[in-house]
Design a protein around this ligand. Structure first.
Ligand code: GYE
Length: 329
């Protein structure tokens, strides 16, 4: 039965559907899926593999599912909403116990979420929000407060420029267009700087949360915008790509151009410790254990908190040096 399910999923075009055997699970393909042996079956649709954050998030979910002894049906949407909708529909057909997903963009989910609800399958949003007005379409949303992250990035910049009136020209590298973290990190930052008219966003463009696009977009901006004081990138990867472009243009990242990013993955923290980034707002990808706990509760019909926030902090260069040796991702 497991094999049939995997094959059916592969035929419908789902990539990377993996079934993780639980501790001591026999791997007997004839023994049926999770429902038969009491194992919780969790369908998870991931955004893709666009960043170091995402890679750490995927690992956290896969490790936590294995540790909990769940059957995880993992599907990678490669950044495409259609693929996520297809994966969720396939999870509904397979009658999984719980569906969790990290929505690529905020809008366009009502219809598939309604189908899951009608099928009696609880849905958990992880990491990113949807803009559905009907909150009964999902049980809870586990993830960070992205507006707060943007605000913390802006607050740091305002503090650096306290008492100064010189113009501060900021370039913003936005995340994926329409994604919750891109919308909210832009909003929070704009709010934080708005009382300081000398701090201006002179260019704001999407780098799609990837290192490659962060680099190419920054190359273009460096040519069109001669006077850049600060780069605010919505994630470390875009910031790291931009650093390559800045160095290639003969400028010193962290000095000629101050750099603020979000995530605090190892590569970002290393660049911060090396003085190439000036400030990072943390966003934890380690959502796996909390997600497994929530899945068990919603399967059992328990009421859970509709919004569960992850804890996060911020890092200066000195703090990054101290934190790096113990960094988990
Ligand atoms: O910051 C970025 C990733 O949704 C919080 O997505 C996540 C963001 C993260 O691509 O690196």
């Amino acid at each position: 039965m497991v094999r049939v399910k995997v094959m059916a999923a592969a035929l419908t075009g789902l990539l990377a559907v993996s079934t993780l055997a639980g501790c001591g699970g026999g791997g007997d393909s004839g023994s049926g899926g999770g429902k038969d042996d009491g194992k919780l079956v969790l369908g998870f649709s991931q955004v893709g593999a666009e960043s170091g954050w995402r890679t750490a998030n995927t690992k956290s979910i896969q490790d936590a599912a294995a540790a909990a002894g769940y059957e995880l049906k993992f599907s990678d949407a490669q950044g495409k909403q259609e693929k996520q909708i297809e994966a969720i529909r396939s999870f509904i057909t397979q009658k999984v116990d719980v569906i969790a997903f990290s929505p690529v963009v905020t809008s366009g989910w009502d219809s598939v979420l309604k189908d899951a609800k009608d099928a009696g399958i609880p849905v958990i949003l992880t990491d990113r929000a949807v803009d559905s007005q009907d909150k009964s379409l999902y049980k809870t949303f586990l993830g960070s407060d992205f507006v707060k992250e943007g605000k913390e990035a802006g607050d740091w910049l305002v503090k650096q420029n306290e008492g100064k009136t010189d113009p501060v020209n900021v370039v913003e590298l936005q995340g994926t267009v329409g994604a919750a973290p891109a919308i909210d990190r832009q909003k929070g930052f704009a709010e934080a700087i708005k009382a300081n008219p000398n701090i201006k966003i002179v260019k704001s463009q999407s780098g799609n949360f990837t290192r490659a696009e962060g680099k190419t977009v920054m190359e273009g901006i460096l040519q069109s915008t001669p006077d850049i004081d600060v780069l605010y990138a919505h994630n470390d990867d875009m910031g790291l790509g931009a650093i390559e472009a800045i160095e290639a243009a003969g400028k010193k990242p962290g000095k000629d151009i101050q750099i603020i990013t979000v995530d605090a993955v190892k590569d970002g923290m290393q660049a911060l410790a090396d003085g190439k980034i000036n400030f990072i707002v943390e966003c934890s990808p380690l959502l796996g254990p909390q997600l497994m706990d929530l899945a068990k509760k919603v399967k059992a019909g328990e009421t859970v908190d509709p919004r569960i926030l992850t804890e996060e902090t911020t890092f200066t260069q000195e703090q990054a040096k101290a934190a790096l040796p113990d960094r988990k991702y």
